[in-house]
Design a binder for this molecule. Sequence first.
Ligand code: SAM
Ligand code: DTB
Ligand code: SF4
Length: 322
Amino acid sequence: MARMNAIPPATLRHDWSTADIQALLEAPFPELMFRAQAAHRAHHDPCRVQISTLLSIKTGGCPEDCAYCPQSAAYETGVAASKLMDVGAVLAEARAARDAGATRFCMGAAWRSPKDRDLDAVCAMVEGVRALGLESCVTLGMLTAPQAQRLAAAGLDYYNHNLDTSPEYYRDIITTRTYQDRLDTLGHVRDAGINVCCGGIVGMGEAAADRAGLIAALASLPKHPESVPINALVRVAGTKLADAAPIDAIDFVRVIAAARISMPLAYVRLSAGREGMTDEAQALCFLAGANSIFYGPRLLTTANPAADRDRVLLGRLGMRAQ
Ligand code: SAM
Ligand code: DTB
Ligand code: SF4
């Protein structure tokens, strides 16, 4: 991270409009990539990739109706619902992730929002993960301000809560909570002093304007998220989006580039959907400014590339984990 903070954050733009981002998405590819690489190299080492490993600590049976999600109780997807894992079992997975080379451990729960008593166990997980020398991240759904403060007191490094799509397309994807609910949770996380991990999903049948609207919404937050996961929809049988048309690989690279240009200090994570991507498409994503991946064979309930495939890919590209 040699050149992090070369530009003071105060000079960053927070007034990106959908039209501004759409102009980036429609720019000639060589121009877009040049701008993305310039932004990337001003703040990050282009040969380094941050490595995070995910674990589903509470799987399935979720009361929300997110159209993409295999863990919603509204859909028959074959994902069995389970209770919150024991702290010891979670920490065993975290140790294995650290030993495999991860520097951040991200724990996801299929909740609309956590109950206060659930947070006792999650706080113990956060403390244990940090004691292993890993950064900690959790994604638990909506939080109240006091819940965010409890997680901060436990030492939580990052909270993941995605905007998912544009404000306009959102109602086609989720009806059980609003865009404003999400912004409120992000505000509580920010106010508690926890780093924000916030991104979205593309390939959900959205228009190009919705991709632009998502990136504009992220880049117009009062402070840019420190981490921006860009997920390509993993289409799961039984969900509402099981048959969505996959996003074109070049269009996906364009979204990564627009995120990099508009949020230059952020870690832009090439997130879900890598299992279905060619090595060449992933290489273009790194050239467009992606500098973080999920590492290990599972995301939450679906497949991610095996660690061996990623080691070979990063080796072929002369890139290193950080
Ligand atoms: N239940 C919590 C919530 O939704 O806030 C936390 C876990 S939820 C699974 C975390 C994120 O995973 C979602 O916001 C969504 O962006 C992403 N996600 C879920 N299913 C996905 C899929 N099939 N493909 C791509 N991303 C997905
Ligand atoms: C994020 O933006 N992507 C991750 C993480 N945050 C929690 C989740 C991807 C889930 C993909 C579908 C699954 O494995 O269940
Ligand atoms: Fe539940 Fe989160 Fe899946 Fe939505 S994305 S159904 S809130 S687990």
